[in-house]
Design a binder for this molecule. Structure first.
Ligand SMILES: Cc1cc2nc3c(=O)[nH]c(=O)nc-3n(C[C@H](O)[C@H](O)[C@H](O)COP(=O)(O)O)c2cc1C
Length: 304
């Protein structure tokens, strides 16, 4: 009997639904035992989010300052860890980072094969680079990465995802699609579980090669790479400004700079972002080789 640990943090339950679809074929098998563990921050985060609480997570998320999380009840040994995480400000969510920085994670992950599963709006590249670093520090072996993103074009999800997170409203409105990941994408994610079951039967998790190749595990949007890199640099500067204005989340100084930052963001979204999209479209043919190379790199380990 093989043991699989499914470890995750999800607020609305969307990531749990994605994981449930992936893990279903394993749970139906008598050969696999699945342990589900939801990570719980000692101080829970709100959902839906009040405006200032949402932006107050910004500097800690960006700087990988994890929060304390409750110790998890774990079995002695696992054959495989499926780590489900969401992205907060181009970084793994703070509770996930907190757990990966805990003493418990040090023993749990050492030498273990790991599959990361991301459910987010559509900007996850920088977060996964950070995740690779965190897992490497723990001595884990990252075999695969599966990513599901919110439905609709980036310009739509810029509106639908924050509206959902700040109000809890997910339904379609004014020509915008329903917020979150399409139900059909969640259902189709069971293909990863079927492949995983075969791989576990053949002990492939003990090797170094990805288990979920050629299943469309990730879809890197080459046009978003530059935006993510620019945003990462801008986030570093603003997170420092926010920390300097108020070391503690929710302090008056920090909230003041958050207000300025929000106005700055809105101005960027209506001016620089469309210009940037236009510019990227124009220079795309000349940068195609470099972009294709970057896409292939970010698609690792699972590939398309
Ligand atoms: C504080 C915060 C920041 C977020 N930042 C990002 C981001 O940078 N990129 C992205 O694709 N999604 C981002 N999201 C969306 C989440 O990754 C995720 O899709 C959403 O929170 C739903 O996850 P759940 O399963 O926990 O409900 C953010 C969400 C929150 C709460």
């Amino acid at each position: 009997m093989k043991k699989v640990l499914v470890l995750y943090y999800s607020q609305s339950g969307q990531l749990r639904d994605v994981l449930a679809s992936i893990i279903a074929p394993l749970e139906k098998s008598a050969e696999i035992d699945c342990d589900w563990r939801l990570l719980e921050p000692v101080e829970p985060y709100p959902y839906p989010w009040p405006f200032y609480a949402f932006f107050n997570t910004f500097p800690e998320a960006v700087n990988l300052e994890g929060c304390p999380v409750r110790e998890v009840d774990l079995a002695a040994d696992y054959d495989l860890i499926v780590l489900g995480y969401t992205v907060w400000f181009l970084s793994p969510s703070i509770p996930i980072t907190g757990f990966l920085q805990s003493a418990q994670a040090q023993t749990l992950f050492q030498g273990k094969p790991v599959i990361t599963v991301i459910a987010c709006r559509d900007m996850w590249l920088m977060a996964q680079e950070k995740m690779k670093g965190l897992l490497k520090d723990l001595g884990a072996r990252l075999l695969d990465n599966v990513v599901l993103t919110d439905q609709g074009d980036s310009l739509y999800t810029f509106v639908t995802t924050p509206r959902w997170l700040l109000t809890g409203k997910k339904e379609a409105f004014w020509g915008f699609p329903r917020a979150g990941i399409a139900a059909a994408d969640i259902t189709a994610a069971s293909r990863f579980g079927r492949r995983l079951l075969e791989a576990l039967r053949d002990n492939l998790e003990q090797g170094e090669k990805p288990l979920l190749g050629k299943l469309g595990a990730v879809n890197v949007n080459g046009k978003l790479i530059a935006s993510e890199r620019i945003a990462r640099r801008s986030f570093m500067i603003w997170s420092r400004l926010l920390k300097n204005a108020g070391a503690v989340a929710g302090s008056t100084g920090r909230n003041l700079v958050i207000t300025i930052y929000f106005v700055f963001l809105l101005l960027m979204i209506v001016t620089v972002v469309p210009l940037n999209i236009l510019l990227r479209r124009c220079i795309y043919p000349f940068r195609k080789t470099a972009i294709d190379r970057a896409v292939t790199e970010y698609e690792q380990p699972s590939g398309r």
